[in-house]
Design a protein around this ligand. Sequence first.
Ligand code: PLP
Length: 390
Amino acid sequence: MSERGAIYLDHAATTAVDPRVVEAMLPYFGERYGNASSIHSLGREARHALDEARADVAGILNCSPDEIIFTSCGTESDNLAIRGVARLNRQRGDHIITSPVEHHAVSYTCEQLEKEFGFEVTYVPVDEYGRVDPGDVERAITERTVLISIMYANNEVGTIEPISEIGEIARRHNIPFHSDAVQGAGSLSLDVRELNVDLLTLSGHKFYGPKGVGVLYVREGVGLLPIQTGGAHEQSRRAGTENVPYIVGLATALKLVEGRREQESRRLIALRDRLIDGVLSSVPHCRLMGHPRERLANNANFVFEYVEGEAMLMGLDMHGIAASSGSACATGSAEPSHVLLAMGVPHDVAHGSVRMTLGRENTEQGVDRVVEVLPGVVERLRAMSPLYAS
Ligand code: PLP
């Protein structure tokens, strides 16, 4: 339940900022407002907070603080990783490997590199659950491959990708490997050594931190061409005065979720499975999307045949239930989800997609309420559908 009494099932879109995070941020808007590059004591105070935040994030990622770059969001981190590595290595090669289920922050960046800089992009297929086969990644590698980018966990269907295996392959071939881990923080391990990644993206607002702040981990020795020009911030890899309050907020939030990760994941898995079982057993012509086991603790994604996902969302909203029809970015678009299409879901069925992503505030009662309300919402919409009637 959110504070307004609604049942919020859209944690993959964003989360409420933890009050402890707000408290940690506040001094850096007020009395500690210094610029972290200034020499005076106010500046040094800001620098100290920045250094601490960097060390905290590095501790959780099991890397060195120098390998952490703070950015303005997950989208920027993805852009910097992909454009930065690809363009730096343009003389060496012009081939990128990615998947068709990536967030648009990755896929549109790859498309732009194709159109404007002459790169060739290979999209390795996914199976019916949205999972990449590491063998396909290896087979796609050529002498010209300069980057592999495969997400850690899918934001729409929650499928977890075999990142560590893909990373091993990339390392064997000496190709930088980036993974968008925006949806993984708080429920999956972010240990970059275990994951065999060279670059990793995080975004503060997905784990009870503020919007507008992100992280890019870049392994030492991996070169990057900056995409912004300006000051020498972030070791000349990302120009722009560091957003100290937001960075402090992100690091505080990450520490808090990491501290309860296993406990909270277990709780969410139980809630998720209660929701999945409840919906599948009470609504006919409904299927679970994504991997049955290798999926995020908080993700349940369904397709309801003979209904429009958007209409479902409005129907649920009338009962105070906030869900989503896939990626928040795709909402309002007439096109069905590119993720579901890549998984082989037919166009008309993909239109009936509803994503429910659980979080801290959700309870068994809330889940039971959803299971109680949902069949009626589907039934009413189907009653209006000429396809269902026939
Ligand atoms: N990557 C994934 C997988 C996401 O789910 C999102 C946000 O929905 C992003 C990247 C973009 O992050 P941000 O909203 O911080 O730009």
